[in-house]
Design a protein around this ligand. Structure first.
Ligand SMILES: Nc1ncnc2c1ncn2[C@@H]1O[C@H](COP(=O)(O)OP(=O)(O)OP(=O)(O)O)[C@@H](O)[C@H]1O
Ligand SMILES: [Mg+2]
Length: 405
């Protein structure tokens, strides 16, 4: 069984960074967002070790540490403090409060893992590995609104469903009011609202099958509830549980993400195998992309996990591609040109271009993008057993090859 570590920190980004570093090497992580919740979770989940942020409102890390040390159960379990400014004063205070070790922020994941391992070795056994599953979760994200995240998520999910004969799910993570159901012309008979108040441990495949809508393309859709307040009870734990269960039922899961780093968003990004980071050719979007890349690196996401997609969603005056690449310090992986009103009119009718016009330039491009984001084993599948969509992808690739030679 994996060893359990409780992390108490009021910053969602820090919480996720520590969680990622530790789950990545097989620990089970329990998170708490303030001192009081930390003390409660320490009692209810019985962690093998506790990591405490120092500066938190109300009960700070020192006080939580002192109270834990007073209880018999935690008198000897390892406690580590995360100190913001790494000052000698903070370290001494932490050790006086009863901590076994401390780490300065920002920290390197490797150092954290090594210190945690050393502390746990002194008091117990070694960690186990996470199970591996065959599903690709793709999150579409941008810190700036209106750059085409939802349009692309709907087309990518529908494209994957058409290419691989179903097996794809689109999950709307925009809990303030997402529109994926609308973009596919699906009446919202079910939604996240059906799941919002469930405990994460209650979620199972049967329950999700009832909550997901069915699109004629074979795509399954979990839309956001029509009213934001219905989505309000959704927690990061619930998102992680829903995506974990969906993983065992679908080959592809596409996430339409909001433009922020809240708890539920971080749970979605965390669960993603690939993040399609979208930007438009304008300065605000490039700045937002730089910031998102910074946070991703803080969260310990690998460079390969992030794919950059430029979407020219306006007609004229965009920044040149080479300037954008220079600013970002890496090449753009996918570029989508301005498509006049094709996106808007197709989506207004509830018919994404990848479904409605797969032989027209925009539909073909979107289908090729869906193929490009597909799992490597799928892309190598023999053309003999191919869907119509896959046949079109192969035909276009052959045409491009002929045009080159
Ligand atoms: N390549 C493109 N060419 C032309 N129009 C586009 C293109 N991509 C997206 N659009 C249009 O841009 C608008 C914004 O797209 P969309 O709603 O998908 O963005 P978003 O990032 O999800 O926005 P929000 O912040 O509202 O969630 C829509 O009207 C869409 O039709
Ligand atoms: Mg959107």
């Amino acid at each position: 069984m994996a060893q359990r570590i409780l992390i108490v920190d009021d910053s969602p980004i820090n919480l996720k960074a520590v969680t990622l570093a530790l789950t990545g090497v097989g620990y089970e992580v329990v998170a708490a967002r303030d001192g009081r919740e930390g003390l409660e979770r320490a009692e209810t989940t019985q962690p093998d070790m506790v990591i405490l942020d120092v500066q938190m409102p109300e009960l700070d890390g020192y006080e939580v540490c002192r109270r834990l040390r007073r209880s018999e159960r935690f008198s000897t379990r390892p406690i580590m403090m995360l100190t913001a400014n790494n000052s000698l004063h903070e370290k001494v205070q932490g050790l006086e409060a009863g901590a076994d070790d401390y780490m300065g922020k920002p920290f390197e994941a490797e150092e954290l893992q090594a210190r945690v391992k050393a502390l746990l070795r002194r008091s117990g056994s070694s960690p186990s590995q996470q199970p591996v599953t065959k599903c690709k979760v793709i999150a579409l994200f941008s810190l700036r609104g209106g750059v085409g995240v939802s349009s692309m998520a709907v087309n990518l999910a529908a494209g994957l469903a058409q290419l691989w004969g179903g097996g794809a799910a689109l999950v709307d993570m925009v809990f303030t009011g997402g529109h994926s159901g609308l973009m596919l012309n699906l009446p919202l008979r079910h939604s996240w609202g059906d799941l919002a108040t469930k405990a994460s441990a209650e979620i199972d495949a049967g329950m999700l099958d009832l909550a997901l809508l069915s699109h004629p393309s074979g795509l399954r859709v979990l839309p956001s509830a029509p009213r934001p307040e219905e989505n309000e009870p959704i927690t990061g734990d619930l998102v992680a549980s829903v995506l974990g269960v969906l993983r065992s039922s679908y080959s592809y899961i596409v996430l339409d993400m909001p433009h922020s780093f809240g708890e539920t968003t971080l749970a979605g990004l965390d669960a993603a195998d690939e993040i399609l980071l979208m930007l438009a050719p304008e300065i605000g979007s490039v700045v937002a992309t730089t910031c998102a890349l910074d946070v991703f690196s803080q969260l310990g996401y690998s460079r390969e996990k992030v794919v950059l997609m430029l979407n020219a969603h306006f007609e004229r005056g965009g920044l040149p591609r080479k300037d954008i690449e220079k600013t970002l310090g890496r090449p753009l992986d996918v570029v989508v040109p301005f498509a006049h009103d094709l996106f808007t009119s197709a989506l207004n009718r509830g018919a994404p271009p990848v479904i409605e016009m797969p032989t027209k330039p925009l539909g073909s491009l979107l289908e090729d993008i869906a193929f490009g984001r597909s799992d490597e084993d799928d892309r190598r599948r023999p053309a003999a057993s191919a869907s119509l969509a896959l046949q079109r992808v192969h035909q276009r690739a052959a045409q491009r090859q002929r045009a080159k030679s």
